[in-house]
Design a protein around this ligand. Structure first.
Ligand code: ZN
Length: 246
């Protein structure tokens, strides 16, 4: 089975449509949360992911938009965007976001927005944090988003010391990476607001049969998203950052 895995679309419809065009035919689409927040087209992105995705989990921005998370936990710009997003949701869209689960397991794969330990909030940025999370899921890999930075950690179980030994994996694009005998935590990056210095949308293709995955970066019309954000009155720093990938 060939699966497209997306995260952190952040209501950036232009970026989302570009990655859909890029992946061509897939058997399933899995979404790791933050469908909305920051971007100009929350309802269009919700409708599109509902039409495509077989499995989705909740992100902090999804639940901030529905009121399930207090927007006072956000910084000023994120709060302003969350309140605007909330004003754009239909009842059906709000119910969909509210009903998203925290964690999903599909066969050998676990999906969470932030981490298995704290699905909505934790950023896995270090081997130390990854090591704490490896015992908390089973199977081949856990796919996460939330930081908007593509990353991966690979762990092997050492019976002698009874622990997972964790290594950071290099981030490669356009070449298949095979799963080994151990376990992986893979951050797929962000479709709608990358923060690794590369403004292009980031996502992953998983091949469950061949036990391997592939990262892709896809350029999109950043200026078009920026002008939509400006038109609807979203704060300037939020659309300016899209050109920088920061
Ligand atoms: Zn996000």
């Amino acid at each position: 089975m060939r699966v497209a895995i997306v995260s952190d679309i952040h209501a950036n419809l232009t970026a989302f449509q570009s990655v859909i065009a890029d992946w061509g035919a897939v058997d399933a689409v899995w979404c790791l949360g933050d469908i909305v927040g920051y971007g100009p087209d929350p309802m269009a992105c919700i409708d599109l992911i509902r039409s495509l995705s077989t499995v989705s989990v909740a992100g902090n921005h999804d639940w901030a938009a529905t009121g399930r998370i207090d927007v006072d936990d956000f910084n000023d710009l994120a709060r302003e965007a969350a309140l605007w997003t909330s004003s754009q949701l239909s009842n059906e869209g709000r119910d969909y976001l509210d009903g998203l689960p925290l964690i999903e397991t599909v066969g050998d794969f676990t999906l969470a927005h932030g981490s298995p330990r704290d699905p909505v909030w934790e950023y896995i940025l270090s081997e130390h944090q990854a090591a704490d999370n490896f015992p908390l899921f089973d199977g081949i890999a856990c796919f996460v988003g939330h930081s908007h930075v593509p990353m991966a950690f690979r762990a092997t179980w050492t019976g002698d010391s009874q622990r997972w030994v964790v290594q950071t994996e290099a981030v490669w694009y356009d070449s298949w990476i095979a799963f080994g005998d151990g376990r992986e935590i893979i951050n797929v990056g962000s479709v709608g607001q990358p923060r690794d210095g590369d403004p292009r949308a980031s996502y992953v293709i998983l091949d469950t049969t061949a036990r391997r995955y592939l990262r892709r970066r896809v350029g999109y019309d950043v200026a078009s998203t920026q002008s939509r954000m400006s038109q609807v009155g979203l704060p300037a720093p939020l659309w300016q950052r899209l050109a920088l990938g920061r």
